[in-house]
Design a binder for this molecule. Sequence first.
Ligand code: FAD
Ligand code: PHB
Length: 399
Amino acid sequence: MSAALRTQVGIVGSGPSGLLLAQLLHLAGVDSVVLERRSRDYVLGRIRAGVLEQTTAEILRRARVGARMDREGLVHRGVELCFGERTQRIDFSPFGASVTVYGQTELTRDLMEARDALGGKSIYEAEDVAIEGVTGGAARLRWRKDGEQHLLDCDFVAGCDGFHGVSRRSIPAAELRTHERVYPFGWLGVLADVPPVSHELIYSSHERGFALCSMRSATRSRCYVQCALDDDLREWSDERFWDELRTRLPAEAAAKLQAGPTIEKSIAPLRSFVAEPLRYGRLFLAGDAAHIVPPTGAKGLNLAARDVDQLATALIAHYRDGRDELLNVYSDAALRRIWRAERFSAWMTSVLHRFPGRTSFDRAMQIAELDYLVGSAAARAAFVESYAGTLAVTVGAAT
Ligand code: FAD
Ligand code: PHB
């Protein structure tokens, strides 16, 4: 066993939550060590989120990792919604809102490079991470690497290790309440070097199921179709995927769809999940370790960024001013914001997908919801507030 390392905040997970937290803490002079189960390349190879809210972009600039996002990210001031025979654009401009399309992979790379430049310590391929002592006077992380046991003593542990991580599982079941909805379908997503169908995102609620045309750049498309949870990827040839996507788009968009070889293809299950509280002694949960939203509302990464911004502010107040009020309210304040995003994501999912056993009444309700959304200025304002994440700014609610 090697001698124990020591830091102020031990961070489990080097996804966007863990890396952004480390960066925000580092800029304020708070020391941290990041422990990641996978290799750096594996983490960089995961294709996930694409849409950043304005507030997320601001947090990234404040964390001094916004330069490439500002150069290469695509600023969108609207989305297109298709349902029945209709295509309607929801314009964000009247609300002064926008989102930035910038891949999670790129953001992760920027955060890793920023950490390297500042000399921050990250340990990859840390196996069997265990969290100990969080209800006592100090916490300790243990892990195995290259056949050796390692120890890290720390004041606090940030559980940023995603839905399947060890942090949430380290909290005794009697101390944690969980709320979950598992959806009876998944998303089949592909990445391909073909120009996007439109310069904005297209969300389509079709008789055959949901479809989404997104992008990563002017020459790279990221597209999804709703699929069965037990679908076998091998049965989804590129040709079948593009045909299905084309079928679920209105004629004008379908005519513009360019098919091409896919670079990545995967099926993601859809889930809504919240664990509460987000604190157990010296352990704080953030990001997907604490909550999951179905990707329809594009909220997961944005929620993670807000969680760690809030957690970083609270930890910095502890170290700088010796004040713990923000650490004490972290869980309650974050959960209010999280439940709002859960509400929006579940609603978007319910109006855009085809649910098994759906009746003609259910479909008519979906169409009426979407018709109301595009037809009412008040409904559009509410949508933009949630989708672009401007709610806290407009009503000054808790972060
Ligand atoms: P993760 O990214 O899961 O990172 C956790 C890290 O912890 C991982 O690197 C993992 O390897 C590591 N880890 C796990 N267990 C351990 C352990 N025991 N020890 C050490 N390390 C461990 N969100 C949006 O905001 N907008 C979108 O457009 C969007 N689209 C999405 C599309 C899809 C198809 C999917 C699947 C998700 C999408 N999301 C979106 C959600 C977003 O990707 C996640 O919310 C985000 O990755 C959460 O970041 P995180 O750092 O909390 O967790
Ligand atoms: C993506 O580009 O991956 C993406 C965009 C919007 C969503 C979900 C995913 O709602």
